[in-house]
Design a protein. Structure first.
Length: 197
């Protein structure tokens, strides 16, 4: 199948992928640009998963202060090289994460950071709620486990739905940036400040 230069250019403009990668993706998907985008994302995320084990010891600290001056966020975003830290994509990710943190108010970075006592307290609350709703005792623990997963999605930054696209989690947005930039990127830590809290 003959792939037009226009289709390759459109795919490059929309994905930022290399010319040969775009041409190959279009050949694999019969010239369908939308399917080629999905194809490139799948391949890129597979490569990104391999890169996620590499050391990210460079990066930047990003900040966001809301226009009223009463809400702000800081985030440390690490990558492998200073070169990537200076790219527009990396800078954009840092600023987007700060705005997300300010808006979504996560309490933890990942589910692994949630302490056992917090989990136990939440689990007990969910068990009691289920019992008070008259749920059978044999499924109360399963209900509590399901609500713990929801707790992670609400309170852990990497598991939260991204404010700009609810179909993606923050960890997906980071993985997409890893795939695009070709380096490991790690959200190391964050802080959120709100007057009166």
């Amino acid at each position: 199948m003959e792939i037009s230069a226009g289709a390759v250019k459109e795919l490059r403009d929309r994905t930022g992928a290399g010319m040969m990668d775009c041409k190959h993706a279009l050949a694999e998907t019969g010239g369908n640009v939308e399917k080629a985008i999905d194809y490139l994302r799948e391949k890129g995320l597979a490569k990104a998963a391999k890169k996620a084990s590499r050391t990210a010891s460079d990066g930047r600290v990003f900040s966001y202060i809301h226009t009223n001056g009463k809400l702000g966020a800081l985030v440390e975003l690490n990558c492998e090289t200073d070169f990537v830290a200076k790219t527009d994509e990396f800078q954009n990710l840092g600023h987007e994460l700060c705005m997300h943190i300010a808006a979504a108010a996560p309490q933890f970075l990942t589910s692994e950071e949630v302490t056992g006592d917090v989990l136990e307290r939440e689990r007990e609350i969910y068990r009691q709620q289920a019992l008070e709703e008259g749920k059978p005792a044999n499924i109360v623990d399963k209900i509590a486990d399901g609500k713990i997963n929801k707790f992670y999605e609400v309170n852990c930054l990497m598991d939260q739905a991204w404010i700009r696209d609810g179909d993606k989690k923050i960890k997906d947005v980071v993985m997409e940036t890893i795939a695009k930039l070709g380096e490991n990127i790690v959200v190391r830590r964050f802080a959120r400040f709100n007057i009166g809290e």
